[in-house]
Design a protein around this ligand. Structure first.
Ligand code: SD4
Length: 328
């Protein structure tokens, strides 16, 4: 007799397959109605304030890339955030290390990984894109580049984060274990009324990770991907699982083949399920946005919320999930 986990896996795979089969058979029909105006999608409830800022800027006539950057900066600067920016939880040695990336309306990309002491890693990522011949700078190199470009060093490890870290050390004995309840990245993808696309993704990474660990969020094609001719996608959750399947790029490639955004998210999650024996405690969520304005959201487990802004309409939604288990 199959055990419960095998049963859930098989049921989820079957559900994913039939959804995908249905979508491939009906390529012309988008899951949700297309939208003509500005559209912003972002991860988790704090996406609401990022969307609000980005939408306000778009409506005032700002460039899409500026709106996307300033939107996620609201979350990076929020001192109550424990998973984005300098107030994020540290690695297991007490260092707050930040990952971020951004992609513009032409599909250009910039990224920083393992960056310390900088309040707005997404802005450094943008400068990497705009001022260097490279896509990604890391660690001390990224920090030096930031300082050379006028960024100031700020201390990380807030009292709240320090306390959580001290408690974690007592409880776990220094064993890093990315789980469903110690992360939450902001990934934001947007389409302007003119049909342009851009996106940004920024995080302090999974809490209490190993020193030097970099997740999916700053990896172009894993945590974020924008193809101006096709669409955009972003990811949240345990980055190792997203990176193994190049999550965001996979979704965009599926959309290129005609798969609607919702089903593209399902298919990407199906690949994660297929290649892992156990996904205990793992959450992954994807958002996808087609160039036409149709969009999708899907997660491994219930609990993944996303913020959707259509013009002046801002709402927080629960993403449908592959597994029935009630975990974050
Ligand atoms: C990472 N994906 O570093 C990020 C963490 C995260 O919600 O929170 N995502 O793996």
């Amino acid at each position: 007799m199959p055990d419960r986990r095998t049963f859930i896996r098989k049921t989820a795979l079957a559900a994913g397959s039939s959804l995908l089969a249905a979508s491939v058979g009906q390529k012309a029909a988008a899951v949700v109605p297309q939208h003509e105006g500005h559209l912003i999608l972002s991860t988790w409830s704090f996406g609401m304030k990022a969307n609000a800022k980005a939408m306000e800027m778009l409506q005032a006539g700002s460039r899409l890339l500026d709106a996307v950057e300033e939107g996620v900066k609201v979350v990076e600067a929020d001192p109550s955030m424990t998973s984005v920016g300098l107030s994020g939880f540290p690695d297991r040695d007490g260092n707050v290390t930040l990952d971020a990336c951004i992609m513009d309306e032409e599909g250009k990309a910039g990224s920083v990984t393992f960056l310390q002491y900088i309040e707005h890693p997404v802005s450094v990522a943008r400068l990497v894109m705009e001022k260097t011949p490279h896509v990604m700078l890391s660690g001390k190199g990224a920090l030096r580049f930031a300082l050379d470009n006028g960024f100031r060093m700020k201390k990380g490890l807030s009292p709240q984060a320090r306390q959580a870290w001290e408690e974690w050390k007592k409880k776990t004995g220094y064993v890093p274990r990315p789980s469903a309840d110690n992360h939450d990245t902001i990934g934001l993808i947007a389409r302007s009324a003119q049909g342009k696309l851009a996106g940004a993704c920024t995080t302090s990474g999974v809490a209490f990770k190993m020193y030097g660990r970099v997740g999916d969020s700053p990896i172009i094609g894993a945590g974020l991907y924008v193809d101006p001719l096709v669409g955009a996608a972003t990811a949240t959750g345990v980055g190792e699982y997203v990176m193994r399947i190049c999550g965001a790029h996979t979704i965009v490639e599926l959309m290129r083949q005609g798969v609607p955004p919702q089903q593209a998210c399902v298919e990407a999650l199906k690949r994660i399920v297929q290649r892992h024996q156990s996904l205990e405690g793992v959450q992954v969520g994807f958002l996808a946005l087609h160039r036409s304005g149709s969009y999708g959201a899907y997660a491994l487990r219930p609990g993944f919320q996303y913020a959707l802004s259509l013009g002046n309409n801002h709402a927080l939604h629960d993403a449908p999930a592959m597994f029935a288990e009630e975990k974050k």
